[in-house]
Design a protein around this ligand. Structure first.
Ligand code: SF4
Length: 330
């Protein structure tokens, strides 16, 4: 409760003397039939996703067809929009059978094995790996080279099997230990040096909890072993900086409609950030999933989303709420 009050206080202080929201609160507001509907303008695609989609659209506009390895973004509606323009989603097993064509690598990045297959099969890769992910891949590769010299190990805090994690693990010839929770720590050899990294889209609190749990296990073996533990916060600030901003946004509204893809890792994190502050936060993936009974009696409705949620989709949700409130008051 105290936490919520502080966030509301901060949010109120971002409204200037003329009642306008100041520059660090970028909201888009409409009022319909007594209901204020506000879209959080800071939600929506991060630069990594914008870059990947731009590269895909440029290619599609020129050639009308492009293969993409995995969903270009964890948002079905955006994927469908691009499929209508000629994007063909393929899986890793399909890559082996393709020859002499162009394939887009999405923002999550890929392991070295993907580049090897492309070279063998004369596939031209359009590499839209996010620069933040590429930098992390380089760090892990260098860290792995160091740890192989001193009998250490690479630990990645992330989701086993997630595309980005596959790309990161690939920098260690598949030897990194991937952990999501305390139970997974049993796979770490605590007698050897440890370098910890994190998938870019995990939460700050989750990373700190894993770091602490590793430190506690090392403490239990004797303090000196902490010297051989290096924890690298490699979270993407495009996600972690949105958490506090969304907490403020959630505190300002009676109901929050969070729009995100169900496969999106950052959608889960950012939804939780809103839900922690405002329990009237509801997750939807399409405007059709909107349950209008949840909005009954609400004066202020906030719409926000993940780094993989297109702004046009949040606008469609706002339009649907507007239409519903117009028809109810006609
Ligand atoms: S969330 Fe960060 S790391 Fe992931 S694509 Fe966006 S900018 Fe890149």
């Amino acid at each position: 409760m105290q936490e919520k009050r502080e966030i509301i206080w901060e949010a109120i202080h971002s409204i200037n003397s003329s009642g306008q929201l100041s520059h660090d609160c970028h909201f888009k507001m409409f009022t319909f039939a007594g209901m204020n509907i506000t879209i959080d303008n800071q939600s929506g695609f991060c630069f990594g996703v914008v870059y990947a989609i731009q590269m895909a659209e440029d290619e599609l506009n020129e050639n009308g067809k492009l293969y993409c390895l995995g969903d270009i973004v964890h948002n079905n509606m955006e994927v469908e929009r691009l499929q209508k323009k000629g994007l063909v989603i393929i899986q890793h097993q399909d890559l082996e059978n393709l020859r002499d064509c162009k394939v887009l690598i999405r923002a999550h990045g890929e392991p070295p094995s993907t580049y090897e297959i492309a070279l063998r099969n004369n596939i031209q890769l359009i590499d839209a790996s996010c620069p933040v992910v590429l930098k992390l891949q380089n760090r892990i590769r260098e860290g792995y080279e160091e740890t192989t010299e001193n009998n250490g190990q690479i630990v990645i805090y992330g989701l086993e099997g997630h595309a980005e994690v596959n790309g990161l693990k690939g920098q260690t010839q598949g030897n990194a230990v991937v952990v999501m929770n305390e139970k997974d720590l049993d796979a770490i050899d605590f007698s050897r040096p440890i370098k910890l990294y994190t998938q870019t889209t995990k939460s700050t609190s989750g990373f700190l909890a894993i770091k602490k749990a590793i430190e506690e296990r090392l403490h239990a073996r004797g303090n000196h072993e902490l010297l051989s533990f290096e924890a690298n916060d490699t979270l993407c600030r495009q996600v972690s900086n949105r958490e506090p901003q969304l907490e403020k946004f959630a505190a300002l509204h009676d109901v929050i409609i969070f729009v995100g893809g169900r496969k999106s890792s950052n959608a889960k994190i950012l939804f939780e950030a809103c839900h922690k502050i405002n329990h009237n936060t509801h997750f939807i993936s399409t405007p059709e999933e909107l349950d209008f009974t949840l909005l009954e009696g609400a004066e202020n409705v906030g719409i926000c989303g993940a780094t993989s949620t297109p702004m046009w989709l949040m606008e469609l949700v706002a339009d649907r709420i507007k239409q519903q409130s117009i028809s109810l008051h006609a």
